[in-house]
Design a protein around this ligand. Structure first.
Ligand code: PLP
Length: 492
């Protein structure tokens, strides 16, 4: 029940306080309302303009208001907004599928579209399971993922995610029997002092192999990991050789490598796929992408798969037994209708048209190169201003890391070398995020990552648009450093 303004009725005992909004926001705090945006600048209903340094959550990879994308969306809505016919494909979907498949340079054969990251990961897992089912290995029912990971919020995918704060209320309804965890690949926190990088990778490889052996190697569907970890630890790349080593274990026992590039993919690391940005260059068998695919102009994700997986699903006129109203299944030859009557080719034309336009902008404006250069500049400025001798923040900064347009600053507010302060139940990263917002800067403050339980650790993520300028980078760093210094000086 709400009044005419959409306001909830007066608070009763045990009922949340009234809010001036009918949306269930994550907290009872009502966020400011955005009314328009251009590039990385977001205008609020009170006239304030914010600088978005994280593209929402690593989504708005070309910023808001790009005329080429606006035009493509307008043209598409005039031509074809929506069809749902089990025997129809549509032009934008075919184009987008071709762009994605070509981007894999032989790694991928087909793709399927979804509405976002969690759905794409769900699709990836169901695809992997069906692959083994069709290959007459139905005993493969175990998945191995990692602690300190995030793959999304649907029940199955949250089960894979090693992110305790998100899991807690749902723990009893998550899947435990078929989902198993190994250590994260996070050298700065978990590599032992007496261990070389190579030895650390070998320890992680051995742990995965031991897990396979414990479960029974022929019961494992695959190993699931974010190529570069996003939300839980903030732009943490695996040590050199890690994915090669993990893939070798999968190959030894015939299991699949499933990469989650929802956040770190589609150019975020300065290469189209994040796995291309390491020396290893190890493509997965199945991969999910989302955020940067539609750049925020459309709600869209995709699952990409190798020829082996596509063959496994589609051989003998088989079909992927999965789909949603808006986003569904792959066909032989990208999405082309194969003549098999019970296979659908649905992919939302509007979302696909927007994503095609975003990907064209990234290509024609050479934005991966710009993202790499401005990202390096962002990283170097953050290091210079936060970690150099005499910087106010220096004793509190644990790490500045990243690559491409994906960076994070991790603080060590509980370090023994730092005086203990009472944060009054608040998380340091959230205090900094709020102070940045007060000063007109949007960043993403996250907690967890300093221990395997995810109960400690504070980091701030930067994931700006790839077309950001050096001047904008300087402005972001200026505001951020000022906010951090203010908060630290008030606390310590
Ligand atoms: N996978 C990763 C690595 C993510 O970072 C996220 C979201 O942040 C997801 C999956 C879930 O995507 P969505 O929020 O679009 O469902």
């Amino acid at each position: 029940m709400t009044d005419s303004n959409g306001t909830a009725p007066a608070s009763e005992k045990g009922v949340p306080p009234p809010q001036a909004t009918a949306i269930l926001h994550r907290t009872s705090w009502k966020p400011p309302v955005a009314v328009s945006a251009q590039g990385i600048y977001v205008t609020l209903d009170d006239g304030r303009v914010l600088v978005d340094a994280v593209g929402g959550t690593a989504v708005a990879c070309i910023g808001n208001g790009h005329p080429a994308v606006q035009q493509a969306i307008k043209e598409q809505v005039d031509k074809l907004a929506y069809v749902y016919n089990m025997q129809l494909s549509n032009e934008p979907a075919e184009k987008l599928a071709k762009i994605l498949i070509d981007s894999g340079k032989g790694a991928f054969e087909l793709c399927g579209f979804f509405s976002g990251g969690s759905e794409s990961m769900e699709g990836a897992i169901k695809l992997a399971r069906q692959y083994w089912y069709e290959r007459k290995q139905p005993q493969r029912k175990n998945l191995i993922s990692r602690h300190l990971s995030y793959h999304g919020n649907t029940v199955t995918i949250l089960s894979l995610s090693g992110r305790p704060a998100r899991r807690e209320p749902y723990e009893d309804i998550l899947q435990h029997e078929n989902v198993h965890k190994v250590s994260p690949a996070y050298a700065k926190r978990f590599q032992r002092p007496d261990e070389s990088e190579k030895q650390y990778v070998e320890r992680l490889r051995q742990e995965l192999e031991d897990k396979f052996l414990e479960l029974g190697p022929d019961t494992v569907i695959g190993f699931v990991a974010e190529t570069v970890v996003g939300a839980t630890t903030g732009a943490v790349a695996a040590p050199k050789g890690y994915f090669k080593a993990m893939k070798s274990v999968c190959r030894k026992y015939g299991a699949l490598l499933i990469l989650d590039e929802v956040m770190c993919g589609m150019g975020r690391m300065g290469t189209t796929h994040a796995w291309e940005s390491f020396g290893d260059n190890e493509p997965p068998d199945i991969q999910a992408v989302a955020k940067g695919l539609g750049g925020g102009y459309a709600s869209i994700g995709a699952v990409l798969m190798s020829k082996e997986i596509a063959d496994g699903i589609l051989d003998k006129n088989g079909f992927w037994k999965h789909g949603h109203t808006y986003m569904v299944c792959p066909h032989r030859g990208y999405l082309v209708v194969s003549g098999v009557s019970d296979v659908s080719t649905q992919a939302h034309p509007m979302s696909c048209a927007a994503a095609v336009a975003v990907q064209k902008v990234v290509q024609t404006e050479n934005l991966l190169e710009n993202g790499r250069q401005t990202g390096e500049y962002l990283g170097s400025l953050l290091r210079e201003r936060l970690q150099s001798a005499g910087a106010v923040a220096q004793p509190f900064v644990f790490d500045v890391r990243g690559g491409g347009s994906f960076w994070a600053v991790e603080f060590d507010i509980n370090s023994p070398s730092v005086k203990k302060v009472d944060l009054k139940g608040k998380q340091f990263a959230i205090i900094v995020q709020a102070r940045c917002m007060d000063k007109g800067l949007i960043v993403m403050g996250m907690t967890g990552g300093a221990n395997i339980k995810g109960t400690e650790g504070d980091h701030i993520v930067f994931a700006p648009a790839y077309n950001i300028t050096r001047k904008e980078v300087e402005r972001i760093v200026d505001i951020f450093v000022e906010a951090v210094e203010e908060v630290l000086m008030e606390l310590f």
